[in-house]
Design a binder for this molecule. Structure first.
Ligand code: GLY
Length: 611
């Protein structure tokens, strides 16, 4: 009997064709129409943009960054699986078809709604027990450059995604664990077609080729990336997936796979790391208390639940939205479908205040005390109102962290560092359960280390460089420690912001969403929530809206998407405006009276499927 994915291949081919036509004719699907898989499936390069219509369905839906991964999740939901069942199937296929962003060698955060309660699950990587705060400090006392630290074994943390998924599956799985691996195993064994995005990202990549396993897998004999449409098989990944399907996460974190991970990290010629077998076998996923807070928008009250530390995502998104609600922003609509210069000014200032708190306070809660003993102090309405009062009509010269709960802090602020990579999955199942899961190996291609057990099979899986999300400098010039400094066993601070949105009065789930994008994840997510709750956009329209951000310094605008007058008006208010590509990878699903409606980012190759 053919595997469901194989059986679906003719349909997928039709969809690809329809997708190609849709790009030309915009005629294969309409936002209000029934579920169709006919959005442009052609993947785009990092800076590409191809309009997507959004997808309607009635009972369940899955949104992920690659059509084959979405399809795997859809098959699980169709087979009676829960949201977590589908998420596991999606993650395993992403490890194969979008290996640059997430996989077995990485970590993830997952927000889960079981129809009654919200829970937060933490599968973040941990630093090796042997690591100390100076692992990114050179012999001359200066902090390393990003790629000096990221490439090789030095920045590899204990991968936590699979153990976390296993933890959630034990509680909420409906389908057997093994079944969830079948789509990925079949595709890895039989091969999948290299997508345009995978090909485009391999082209300019220089470091990956230095790993002999990755070179042999991703490139032809002349060192050229496999062309789009090439049937790429990954028998080593299939074998590892079979082990995990049969034995669970211990097949990854103990035994021959763990030995291969540790060998790869410790024996890197130029930049070895300290990850040990004991780090892997000791890894524990954590269930954390989600950060839930109220938000008033468009004369309605909402309740948002975000990921708590070690992610900064939930707090920063909540702070930005909460501060904006205390400014004139609430009275400003879109102008010609775009945020106005005045709104962008207010948003940018609120962001700078939020990022100042993020730099000051955020770190792994197992190591770092929250201000006043409770992370919610950073989201209290009176605190956010007082922070919002700092925002004037001109850009502030200097932005300082606040004092939530009247606290002074023992920590020095962390200098802003760029972060990269990552993928997002949103799912609502037929029982009304939902997940928002953001998953990462950090930079695109992670540490550029492909693990292979050495049994003669080609391919493998990539390891993360997540430890570069720690502060490279452990302290400030006066020796005051940074909260997010490296410590053995600690989780690096993240920006991932998987978010669930509820109607406050009824408690009904309204939306699940999130995005990749490093430290800009916070902005992509905040933009989409604001667009839906304040401006009445559907989730696809909100995702497609141009991106903008401030990490504390310049005001970033997605290039060629804003009028010159908006840029000039921001400059007049004192903003250093930089226009650049801003490759979000948002995925989201709304629950509306008429049914489910999902959106996927036009800047990447994601799609939504459902019934
Ligand atoms: N490495 C991306 C993040 O965790 O924010």
């Amino acid at each position: 009997m053919p595997h469901p994915l194989e059986a679906a291949m003719p349909a997928i081919k039709r969809l690809l064709l329809c997708g190609a036509l849709a790009a030309l004719l915009s005629a294969c699907a309409s936002p209000a129409g029934p579920l169709t898989h006919a959005a442009p499936l052609q993947p785009e390069a990092a800076s590409g943009y191809s309009a997507k219509p959004g997808w309607s369905s009635s009972r369940f839906a899955v949104a992920a960054a690659n059509p084959l991964a979405t399809e795997a999740g859809y098959r699980m939901l169709k087979a009676g699986g829960s949201a977590i069942d589908a998420a596991i199937a999606v993650q395993m296929v992403l490890a194969l078809v979008e290996p640059q962003s997430s996989g077995l060698g990485g970590g993830a955060f997952l927000m889960h709604y079981n129809g009654r309660d919200v829970e937060a699950f933490d599968g973040r990587e941990t630093a090796p027990a042997a690591a100390n705060e100076n692992i990114f400090i050179r012999a001359d006392g200066r902090a390393m450059a990003f790629y000096e630290a990221a490439i090789g074994g030095r920045a590899v943390g204990t991968p936590g995604a699979v153990r976390m998924l296993e933890m959630v599956h034990r509680q909420y799985g409906r389908l057997p664990w093994q079944q969830l691996f079948e789509p990925a195993i079949t595709l890895a064994d039989k091969g999948f077609k290299v997508s345009e995005r995978l090909h485009a990202l391999l082209g300019p990549e220089r470091q990956l080729k230095k790993d002999p396993v990755a070179l042999a897998y991703f490139y032809d004999a002349h060192g050229q990336p496999w062309p789009v449409g090439h049937q790429l098989k990954n028998p080593e990944l299939a074998a590892v997936l079979k082990l995990i399907a049969a034995q669970g996460s211990s097949a990854l974190l103990e035994g021959e796979v763990a030995q291969a991970i540790v060998r790869k990290v410790q024996t890197h010629a130029d930049n070895p790391g300290q990850l040990a077998l004991s780090d892997l076998s000791a890894y524990k996923a954590q269930k954390r208390t989600p950060l839930c807070y109220d938000l008033h928008a468009s004369d309605r009250d909402f309740r948002l639940c975000g990921m708590p530390p070690p992610s900064s995502g939930g707090i920063a998104v909540g702070q930005i939205l909460g501060m904006l609600a205390n400014t004139r922003a609430a009275s400003l609509g879109l102008e010609d479908g775009l945020p106005s210069a005045e709104w962008l000014h207010l948003y940018s200032e609120a962001s700078r205040l939020a990022y100042a708190d993020r730099a000051q306070y955020l770190g792994d809660p197992d190591f770092v005390q929250p201000p006043g003993g409770d992370w919610m102090n950073l989201l209290r309405p009176d605190y956010l109102a007082s922070r919002a009062r700092l925002i004037g009509s001109q850009r502030m010269d200097e932005v300082k962290p606040g004092q939530p709960a009247g606290m002074s802090t023992p920590y020095a602020p962390m200098p802003e560092q760029y972060e990269y990579g990552t993928s997002h999955i949103s799912i609502i199942d037929a029982w009304g359960q939902a997940i928002a899961m953001t998953t990462t190996i950090e930079d695109a291609w992670g540490a550029r280390l492909m693990v292979n057990r050495g049994q003669g099979l080609a391919g493998g899986f990539l390891l993360n460089n997540e430890l570069t999300d720690f502060s490279f400098s452990p302290s400030d010039a006066n020796g005051k420690p940074v909260a997010n400094r490296v410590q053995g066993g600690k989780r690096p601070r993240s920006s991932m912001a998987p978010t669930l949105v509820f109607d406050k009065a009824s408690g009904d789930l309204l939306m699940t969403l999130g995005s990749p994008g490093g430290s800009v994840i916070i902005h992509y997510t905040a933009k989409t929530i604001y667009g839906v709750l304040n401006w009445g956009l559907n989730v696809q329209q909100a995702i497609s809206m141009p991106n903008f951000a401030s990490l504390g310094g310049p005001t970033l605008l997605e290039e060629s998407r804003f009028p010159a007058a908006t840029v000039q008006a921001l400059r007049t208010r004192g903003h250093d405006v930089r226009e650049q590509s801003m490759t979000s990878g948002l995925q989201g699903i709304q629950r509306r009276p008429q049914g489910l409606f999902g959106g996927a980012d036009p800047r990447r190759e994601g799609v939504v499927m459902g019934d």
